[in-house]
Design a protein around this ligand. Structure first.
Ligand code: MEV
Length: 351
């Protein structure tokens, strides 16, 4: 077992340009940046909320926040897409964190999350925060956790308060997701690689890197964005009605994560793929798959993927397929059905 610190270091992936933090706050333009990774859950989503283990990875892209002191009366945050520079939302928050508001776009939760992050720091002046998001939002790739980590790291770095980052991220993720398992934020702050994650009710947090050979995957956006909080709530309702059955399904999902951890270490791709298919079937029993997600999984398997499953909360969003020989054929087959995707290689030896 390794401690969470090994992959969750608040001061990592942050840097300050032009001046040291906290020196001469007014005279110089002090700019800090923080980065958070998007994530791919390979095994265990939803069941992880009930204390079962999961296997997941941080992606190189995610969110980058630029943070600087401002002369405005309020803290301001602007969220842009890296793909087209479109402004998704502009939100602000009073210096006393009292009045939050949305200036532009759909930022209801974003401004509450911004206030939640700010509440964990001692800010001598108001802040201007510019966030660029490098993945689509709401499709299971952990955009909110990437954003939370990037913003909290940037603010922590600018103010010289990196020890506050962890709790600030937690508060922000609670705004976005209600009762998150912590998996997304851990991956957003991770180093490159695949991790075994377990936070059972009665034991300590375990986050262990899996020493797997480089892992090549295809990812596509099979459905529209969906709310993680709504999907988690839907599973909770099903569990209230059928507690024994849903606990059994969650147990199966947790067991696939444990088995996958060993299969990944051995580079046993045939087994990893089969376990992904089993995990997907179990997620279907939880009610979080959709017709489009199931179809994208079938198409991927038909094009040579060794296994495929939804990734993230479901209800829409992304599918991940195992393509050890390269993702080209799967991406082509998806494109023929109108789904755009990308290939990603996860290697704990890369940065
Ligand atoms: C969402 O990315 C993953 C879920 O398991 C929720 C969570 O872990 O908090 C569905």
């Amino acid at each position: 077992m390794v401690s969470s610190r090994e992959c969750f270091n608040p001061s990592e992936e942050t840097f300050v340009t032009k001046s040291e933090p906290q020196k001469d706050l007014g005279a110089e333009a002090v700019v800090a940046r923080g980065h958070g990774r998007a994530k791919l859950i390979l095994f265990g989503e939803h069941a992880v909320v009930y204390g079962k283990p999961a296997v997941a990875a941080g992606l190189p892209r995610g969110a980058t926040a630029t943070v600087q002191f401002s002369d405005a009366a309020v803290h301001q945050l602007t969220l842009r897409s890296a793909l087209d520079e479109d402004v998704y939302a502009r939100v602000e928050c009073g210096a006393a964190l009292d009045n939050v508001g949305v200036d532009a776009g759909d930022g209801e939760r974003l401004c509450k999350a911004f206030a939640a992050i700010l509440g964990h720091f001692d800010c001598p002046k108001t802040l201007q925060v510019d966030v660029t998001i490098e993945v689509p939002m709401g499709v299971g790739l952990g955009s909110s956790a990437a954003l939370s980590v990037a913003v909290a790291r940037g603010i922590g770095q600018l103010l010289g308060q990196p020890e506050q980052v962890d709790e600030a991220v937690d508060a922000s993720e609670r705004v976005f997701h209600g009762n998150p398992s912590g998996l997304d934020q851990m991956m957003a702050a991770s180093k490159s690689g695949v991790y075994f994650y377990a936070r059972a009710y009665d034991s300590e947090l375990e986050v262990a890197p899996i020493e797997a050979p480089a892992l090549t995957l295809a990812v596509c956006e099979a459905g529209p964005a969906a709310s993680t909080a709504a999907m988690v709530e839907m599973v909770a309702q099903r569990r209230l009605r059928e507690s024994q059955l849903i606990d059994s399904v969650n147990q199966v999902i947790g067991d696939t994560a444990r088995a996958a951890s060993a299969a990944l270490t051995d580079g046993d791709w045939a087994r990893v793929g089969e376990l992904m298919d089993i995990n997907h079937g179990a997620l279907s029993s939880l009610g979080v798959t959709t017709r489009a997600i199931d179809a994208a999984c079938h198409v991927a398997r038909g094009a040579g993927a060794l296994g495929a499953k939804l990734t993230g909360a479901g209800g829409g969003g992304c599918v991940v397929a195992l393509t050890p020989g390269g993702a080209e054929d799967v991406l082509k087959a998806w494109a023929e059905h109108g789904w755009s995707g990308f290939e990603v290689t996860i290697d704990h030896r890369s940065k």
